[in-house]
Design a protein around this ligand. Structure first.
Ligand SMILES: [Zn+2]
Ligand SMILES: [Zn+2]
Length: 301
């Protein structure tokens, strides 16, 4: 699919302070734990690519877990369901999707949602922790290697989630979920002859690294490359190749313009797989109060 690359209106490229925007705080120092963790996980992902770990079951494990954590976990669970409340699910199912999100090792649900709501509030301003005006590297991953001032705002942005004791637990212990997952993958790999370590390495570090970069491209690439359909007041773009990698999250300009819409890809050429999952759950009677913006509702009539 080709996209017409449209320069955003000039007003969108300027930084305009928002109402209530805090004074810019320049992060000081390094977040050493995150630097070490990311270095280790990228190194292990390279180990997974050694020839002795290649196999069809290892690739299948990666693809299934990519879908479970990137699509069910991050785009459906953390993003459209918990951050934007674009639809409602029964509590048990909401918690299932949040648990899939926690398996992506991108913070627990409260911190992820708090930072994401903060991003929407101050997108591409100095208060935005991955402000794309600071460059590709910064918005992609550089921002997390330093203390994140926006973390201070998380409690006041996430009262709805903090009320749930399961989410409070998950927010603290989300990393531990990788341990039973590793045990399960090792057992399956050994029992089936596919190789215990092969499944662990492809199912955890290699899968995590791919899900990380796909997710981060939404913060970096879709605030830089693509086309602008709506005035969203920031630098967000609709980007087809990021949408393909992220189950439809690349239609980011539309998302910034209509953040509470359960559907991000509107046109026939904007495939939104996350939306198709939500639509299926709606048909099954599981998803209710599905939110769509007025322009889409009038199109449907
Ligand atoms: Zn954004
Ligand atoms: Zn969002």
């Amino acid at each position: 699919m080709t996209a017409s690359i449209t320069a955003p209106p000039r007003a969108l490229t300027l930084h305009l302070p928002r109402r209530g925007e805090p004074a810019p705080v320049l992060p000081q120092g390094k977040n050493t734990a995150v630097v070490v963790f990311m270095a280790a996980i990228h190194l292990l992902a390279l180990v997974a690519l050694l020839p002795q770990f290649w196999s069809v079951p290892a690739v299948a494990t990666l693809l299934i877990l990519y879908w479970v954590t990137a699509c069910l976990g991050v785009t459906i669970g953390y993003h459209r369901l918990l951050s934007h409340r674009a639809f409602r699910l029964p509590r048990w199912l909401e918690r299932f999707f949040a648990t899939c999100g926690a398996l992506s090792c991108q913070h627990g649900p409260i911190d992820w949602v708090g930072l994401h709501r903060h991003h929407h509030k101050f997108s591409d301003t100095n208060a935005d922790h991955h402000n794309s005006h600071r460059g590709f590297w910064w918005s992609h991953m550089g921002w997390m290697f330093q203390p994140i001032p926006a973390m201070g705002a998380v409690p006041r942005l996430t009262g709805d989630l903090a009320a749930d004791p399961y989410y409070r637990w998950l927010n603290t212990y989300f990393l531990l979920l990788q341990l039973p997952l590793a045990g399960l993958l090792f057992w399956i790999g050994t029992a089936t002859g596919a190789g215990g370590w092969a499944l662990v390495l492809w199912g955890i570090p290699l899968r995590l690294v791919l899900v990380y970069h796909a997710t981060w491209l939404v913060n970096s690439a879709t605030h830089r490359w693509g086309y602008v359909l709506h005035e969203s007041g920031d630098g967000s773009r609709n980007n087809p190749w990021v949408a393909a990698l992220t189950f439809g999250e690349g239609w980011h300009n539309t998302h910034h313009a209509y953040p509470h819409s359960a559907r991000h890809g509107w046109g026939r050429r904007e495939l939104d797989l996350t939306w198709l999952h939500i639509k299926l759950m709606q048909k099954l009677g599981l998803a209710t109060q599905v939110r769509l913006p007025a322009p889409l509702l009038s199109q449907a009539q």
